[in-house]
Each structure stands twice: as structure tokens, then as C-alpha cells.
Design a protein around this ligand. Structure first.
Ligand code: NAD
Length: 348
């Protein structure tokens, strides 16, 4: 376990157990150097405790990088609650988790993630103030979609010299909370859409509302388009899909889109511009973090629009240095965290 922590430069790893509510939770805090660690809480089944720990550590590190590149005064953390077989009392379990978070005195702030609901955040909030995504805040997905929209424009600017959506062809994989909201904005901006989802009804809605073309889930990789936007699953850019792609660039909300870091190099070799996932999908984190700081909607919107500039700057750097785009994003995030660490050391 220590080896795993050292490999990912993790600051802290906490375990909480409360047999009376069946709570078994892991909270991984990657970094608090730039501020309290902010990151969602997963509530899903895990085959082994090791899987839960690995998930928490991997995701916590990603949150640190995302907050750093988004310029937010937060570090990265993630919680996983191992879902028991048949939940006896979900309210009691979440409230127990609220106590656990509170015992960390604000070093970790939780939020919604896979398997957790607004109701869970409300239960957690009964025992700690270190929680976001409660009922009064609302769904961050439209903010994520606004960030992806800004990112698609940055990709078009870089690949064609023009960021207008008019007449552009965008292929969207996944019409969920983010994908559908994104499709709405792209349609309004004059783009032509090809979309897919495993849910037939969502495809029907897209045909009706946006005049979108639809295809079978596996056929989306073969669509000849300007931008491919993965908004469903992770690891969709891999050895079997990459040779099929007929797009100039990739810009979507899904987390961990590349199956391995080496895929970033293969995209470069194929001259496909890739918007690093944790940069382009940071709109939701910006929404959550800045709401938590009680900042205005205008300030949040402004921050989300800035994703265009952040990506454009990374692309320029990649063009000049001939480096892989995803490597540049990682290096920049690491430098920001390292700089904050040095500043803290000098101040002490
Ligand atoms: P969601 O669950 O609402 O939507 C996912 C959609 O993908 C669903 O409609 C689902 O039916 C569809 N889907 C599943 N398998 C598919 C397949 N094989 N082919 C095509 N479609 C498929 O999730 P979401 O909140 O819209 O998030 C989408 C992605 O963006 C996820 O990877 C998520 O981790 C990431 N993300 C979301 C947010 C946010 O604010 N919601 C923020 C950051 C990252």
C-alpha cells in the first residue's frame, strides 16, 4: 500500500468502517498543497478491497491535475464507498460517511460521482459542511457540457483556423447528462450531428430535436467528421478503435478516454488533435468548486469559457515543442503543484 502511495505521490489514505451502517469507505487525498482536496464519492460494488483502493488513488491524482490546470485553489481527492450486497439503510450509511468526512477537518470535500445521488449529498451534509452537490446547487453536467463546447471550438480553431460551428460535423458518443446538453448547444450553433447511444429513446429524441443522424454504438468510430466527442465511456480510444477514426480531432467529456498513455503518441502520429480529458471536462469541477466558494454564476461562466484558452495554449506548445499533447498537460499540472509546494516550503 505504501508503495502504491509513493508511486502516485499520494499524501494521505484514510479507511473508515462502521459495521452498524455497513460503511466501508476509502478516502484518498492526493494533494492539499493548493487547497483542500475536492473530489467526488463513488458508491459502486468492488470485487476486492484492493480494487477500491486503486480506484480511489488513481482518481484522486486525476482530480489534483484537473484542479491545478483549471486554476482552482483546490487539491485532489476521491472517496469510494464499497457498495454492500443489498443496502439496508442508505440514509444511515451516507450519514455515517458524513461523520467520517467531518473527522478530516476540511482536508477533503466530497461531491457526487458514479453511484451517488443528490439525496446522498444531502444526507452527508447533515453531519459535515465539507460537501458539495447538495440539492440547492443543481446538476454540474450542463457546466461540463459548456466546457466541452468551448473545447470543441478550440480544436476547430487549431485544426482549421476557424472556430465557427456552422456546418461542422460532430459525432457524439453517449447522449447522457453531458452529451445531450452538448448536442443541444452544438445544434443551436449550426453544427451537423451524428450521435449514438445504447438507449434507443435518446437517439429518437436527438433525431426529433436536432435533425441528427444516428448510428449503431459501434459504428460511431467510422463516422467521417470534424470532431469525435466521446461522452459516454472511458478507454474508447484504443488499438482497435484508433485505426478506424476518420476525424481531425477528439474533444469529449468522458474520463480516461485513452486506454494507455502510449495512445497519445499514436494520435499524434495519425495527426489527430486530442483534447486531454481532464482539461476539457473541467467545467463540472469549476461549477462545483466555485459554488462551494460562493462565487457568482458570471464568474463560473467566465472560468468555463477559459477552457478554450487553456487548450489553445497547450496545442501551441505541442506544435512548437513536437511533444505529445497529453504529456504537456500532465507536465503543466505537475509543475503547478510543484511550484505551490516550493512556495509553501519557502514561506515556512
Ligand atoms: P451519463 O451516465 O448521464 O451518460 C452516459 C451516456 O452514455 C448514457 O446515455 C449511456 O446510455 C451512454 N452509453 C453507455 N454506453 C454506451 C456505448 N457503448 N455507446 C454509446 N453510448 C453509451 O453520464 P454523464 O454524466 O453524461 O457523463 C458522461 C461522461 O463524462 C462520463 O465518462 C463521465 O465520467 C464524464 N464526466 C461527466 C461529468 C459530469 O458533470 N456529468 C464531469 C466530468 C466527466
Amino acid at each position: 500500500m505504501f508503495k502504491q502511495m509513493e508511486t502516485d505521490a499520494l499524501e494521505q489514505l484514510h479507511f473508515f468502517s462502521d459495521p452498524s451502517t455497513e460503511l466501508r469507505a476509502v478516502i484518498a487525498i492526493h494533494s492539499t498543497i493548493r487547497g483542500p482536496a475536492l473530489g467526488g464519492c463513488r458508491f459502486i460494488p468492488y470485487s476486492t478491497t484492493e480494487d477500491a483502493i486503486t480506484d480511489a488513488i488513481r482518481l484522486a491524482k486525476g482530480m489534483s491535475y484537473k484542479a491545478a490546470l483549471a486554476g482552482l485553489p483546490f487539491g485532489g481527492g476521491k472517496a469510494v464507498i464499497i457498495q454492500p450486497n443489498g443496502i439496508k439503510d442508505r440514509h444511515a450509511l451516507m450519514q455515517s460517511f458524513g461523520h467520517a468526512i467531518n473527522s478530516l477537518n476540511g482536508q477533503y470535500i466530497t461531491a457526487m460521482d458514479s453511484g451517488t445521488l443528490v439525496d446522498d449529498m444531502d444526507d452527508i451534509a447533515k453531519h459535515t459542511s465539507y460537501v458539495s452537490c447538495t440539492r440547492h446547487m443543481g446538476d454540474p453536467s450542463p457546466a461540463t457540457a459548456r466546457g466541452v463546447f468551448a473545447g470543441i471550438r478550440a480544436n476547430l480553431q487549431h485544426t482549421t483556423g476557424n472556430n465557427s460551428l456552422k456546418g461542422r460535423h460532430i459525432a457524439i458518443q453517449g447522449l447522457g447528462h453531458v452529451g445531450f446538453s452538448l448536442a443541444t448547444s452544438l445544434h443551436q450553433a449550426g453544427a451537423h450531428l451524428t450521435v449514438t447511444d445504447i438507449d434507443e429513446h435518446k437517439m429518437f429524441q436527438a433525431r426529433q430535436q436536432f435533425g441528427a443522424d444516428t448510428c449503431k454504438p459501434d459504428d460511431i468510430y467510422d463516422i467521417n467528421c470534424d470532431v469525435f466527442s466521446p461522452c459516454g465511456l472511458g478507454a474508447v480510444i484504443n488499438d482497435s478503435t484508433l485505426p478506424r477514426l476518420c476525424c481531425n480531432s477528439i474533444a469529449g467529456s468522458a474520463n480516461n478516454q485513452l486506454d494507455t498513455p502510449a495512445t497519445g503518441m499514436q494520435l499524434k502520429q495519425r495527426n489527430i488533435l486530442y483534447a486531454p480529458d481532464y482539461v476539457i471536462n473541467a467545467g463540472g469541477l469549476m461549477f462545483v468548486a466555485m459554488h462551494y466558494q460562493q462565487l457568482s454564476e458570471a464568474a463560473i461562466d467566465n472560468k468555463i469559457s477559459g477552457i478554450f484558452d487553456t487548450l489553445s495554449d497547450i496545442y501551441l506548445d505541442a506544435r512548437q515543442s513536437h511533444q505529445v499533447i497529453s504529456d504537456i498537460a500532465d507536465q503543466r499540472a505537475e509543475q503547478i503543484i510543484q511550484r505551490a509546494s516550493s512556495d509553501q516550503f519557502q514561506a515556512a
